[in-house]
Design a binder for this molecule. Structure first.
Ligand code: ZN
Length: 171
């Protein structure tokens, strides 16, 4: 495989349609799940490994995260009203109807622990990068720059080329 870095300038040109719903407040189920995963179980950020108990330790907090957060995954809460409970139940048997779907959405089975950087930052946040980047993010070589604003492109690509250049001709 040849090491090769390119900037992907393609724009999707698609609009995403979320079902109409009045703004929701976090449910008691969500708060209980968040507390269980981040406080009681001290679970790590899936992508960088930092935990609530290690946020203050720079050696275990590679992206200088400030807090632990929880992300609805794989099913976004915003889509709950547009999901068919029967279809969801085929993969998640706990879901049998609209009520159990709404409970599932906020449960630990549909929640991912992420640090604030891997959750919301423009260049690493699961809310901003596409699914294929998200899938690779946590396995990247330390220092590899996944995404950035256009004015940093030349410098970023040089860093990424340097990090991956030793891979040339290995396959
Ligand atoms: Zn993280």
């Amino acid at each position: 495989m040849q090491a090769h870095s390119t900037a992907d300038e393609e724009t999707k040109g698609l609009l995403e349609f979320y079902p109409n719903h009045p703004p929701r407040k976090d449910t008691p189920e969500y708060h209980a799940t968040h507390k269980l995963l981040t406080h009681t179980l001290d679970q790590p950020c899936r992508d960088c490994g930092v935990r609530l108990s290690t946020l203050a330790d720079p050696s275990q907090n590679p992206h200088a995260a400030k807090q632990m957060e929880t992300h609805h995954w794989p099913l976004q809460r915003e889509f709950a009203d547009a999901l068919d409970p029967i279809k969801v139940g085929k993969e998640y048997p706990k879901v049998t109807d609209r009520k159990s779907l709404n409970m599932f959405i906020d449960s630990p089975d549909n929640m991912l622990v992420l640090c604030d950087v891997d959750h919301r930052s423009p260049t690493r946040g699961i809310h901003h990068i596409n699914e294929s980047l998200e899938a690779c993010k946590r396995f990247l070589i330390d220092g590899y720059i996944l995404a950035d604003i256009a004015k940093n492109q030349v410098a970023d690509l040089a860093i990424d080329e340097a990090l991956t250049s030793q891979e040339i001709d290995q396959i």
